[in-house]
Design a protein around this ligand. Structure first.
Ligand SMILES: NC(=O)c1ccc[n+]([C@@H]2O[C@H](COP(=O)([O-])OP(=O)(O)OC[C@H]3O[C@@H](n4cnc5c(N)ncnc54)[C@H](OP(=O)(O)O)[C@@H]3O)[C@@H](O)[C@H]2O)c1
Length: 413
């Protein structure tokens, strides 16, 4: 019985930039009865973090502290004592395979904020069948990548299905508004080392194949209706969503949305389906500039000297952008049946910057797993799922911490 384990939640890698934000979110937003611990390799850093959590909110107990090295014995011990592990140790492909193995083997639910698609693909290949035997639910990529786009797509497709009984063939996902920028040292290191450590063939697959994490057989792609010129230059006008162009977060997000489409056959068509992600821009010129910059950056990242130089200039591990209350993100997703059928628009709005949002999402996924694992197991079984598979309980948790999620069905042109 998982409920007899010592900890409900252990936050591993709590001392990093994202881990610290996640610890604060858990401390501030979860019930005092939660049995939780912060874990990592540095006792001094963990003590400091625990003290800082209670500095302003002393009525709540400090979390326990677990000193954990990334070896099999420590990870097995930790996983066997814990119901849900939130893992913030990245780059994930370098450090975290053992954490996934320990969780899958011990029936421990697992949450992370990885966006390293080839690594997630490897983890699914290696540990999905073990997790299915032990009952572990593993939810990777629950951060800014890819919760908003995945949840918005599912909410739009579900609204369309409720209103019309039809399943969506197409999702157009849009980063409609984003304020707050910059990336943490950990995120940049993850991107650069991924290209160092994986064969270019797999990195190229990550950039070009949104089906790479989807179980086969899967739906055929729904035909693309963008003109050749807009595909070459970037921008195009969408009648419901405005002027759109290439989005840098499209590859990891769309790999998750395509996987979700296969795992949720009740609302997504299994014969023909495609999802694509864009970012909204004010003008065509801005769209061309963004597209060219992203394409240029993608070419540069394949050059080893560029990665070496970038590695010298990026923020250090543990550092990250300063986000304030003005930061915020709005995602929209349009679900469509065929080319001229009914469609539904969802809006996912969060008044937090990407890193605070990532912390919030991971913590709320963990709380959802504690509360609704039986329902999730009945619907999807154990193994690797996506944020969209967490169902209504997750949406309720997100709304409770201030995320606005809405949808409406559109008919006609
Ligand atoms: N997908 C998304 O939207 C999203 C958003 C945010 C973050 N992320 C990902 O989350 C990961 C963490 O990012 P971050 O900015 O928080 O990184 P960070 O500040 O560098 O933190 C990394 C954490 O991992 C721990 N760690 C590193 N090497 C370790 C080792 N050998 N043994 C044990 N612990 C080790 C560090 O412990 P010490 O403190 O002891 O060094 C620290 O707690 C990255 O992979 C990033 O890409 C993704």
């Amino acid at each position: 019985m998982l409920s007899s384990r010592r900890y409900d939640v252990v936050l591993l890698g709590a001392t990093g930039f994202t881990g610290t934000l996640t610890a604060r979110h858990i401390h501030q937003h979860t019930p005092g009865s939660l049995r939780w611990a912060i874990a990592g390799r540095s006792s001094a850093k963990l003590q400091n973090l625990a003290a800082s959590l209670t500095a302003n909110q002393s009525e709540k107990q400090r979390p326990d502290i677990c000193i954990v090295e990334l070896n099999d014995k420590d990870l097995q011990d930790l996983a066997s004592q814990t119901r849900v592990i939130i893992n913030c140790i990245g780059p994930y492909h370098i450090y975290s395979s053992g954490v996934v193995r320990a969780c899958a083997g011990n029936g421990t639910h697992y949450v992370d904020a990885s966006g390293e698609t080839p690594w997630i693909q490897d983890m699914i290949t290696s540990f999905d069948s073990t997790a299915k035997l032990t009952g572990a639910i593993l939810v990777p990529e629950t951060g800014f990548e890819s919760t908003p786009s995945d949840v918005a797509a599912f909410v739009a497709a579900s609204a369309l299905h409720r209103a019309t009984k039809q399943k969506s063939n197409r999702i157009t996902s849009v980063l409609h508004k984003v304020k707050g920028g910059g990336m943490s040292g950990g995120s940049l290191a993850s991107g650069l080392t991924l290209v160092d450590d994986y064969p270019y063939r797999r990195v190229w697959q990550m950039l070009t194949d949104p089906w790479m994490m989807t179980p086969t057989p899967h739906a055929k792609p729904f035909p693309n209706r963008r003109s050749l010129i807009s595909r070459l230059l970037g921008p195009f006008r969408h009648s419901d969503l405005g002027i759109l162009t290439t989005s840098v977060t499209s590859p990891p997000n769309m790999a998750i949305v395509h996987r979700s489409s296969s795992l949720n056959p009740g609302v997504f068509d299994q014969v023909m389906f495609s999802a694509a992600e864009f970012i909204r821009v004010p003008t065509y010129l801005a769209g061309v500039l963004m597209h060219v910059t992203i394409m240029f950056g993608m070419c540069l990242i394949f050059l080893r000297p560029f990665r070496w130089l970038a590695g010298k200039l990026i923020p250090k591990p543990g550092e990250g952008p300063k986000e304030d209350a003005e930061d915020g993100v709005e995602w929209r997703a349009l679900a469509e049946v065929g080319n001229d059928g009914p469609r539904a628009l969802s809006i996912f709005r969060c008044k937090a910057g990407p890193y605070h949002m990532t912390a919030m999402f991971m913590a709320e996924v963990a709380m959802t797993l504690l509360q609704a694992s039986e329902t999730i197991l009945k619907t999807h079984g154990a193994g690797f799922i996506t944020p969209a598979c967490l169902g209504d309980t997750y949406l309720e948790h997100l709304r409770a911490v201030g995320v606005e999620i809405s949808s409406k069905v559109l008919f006609g042109q």
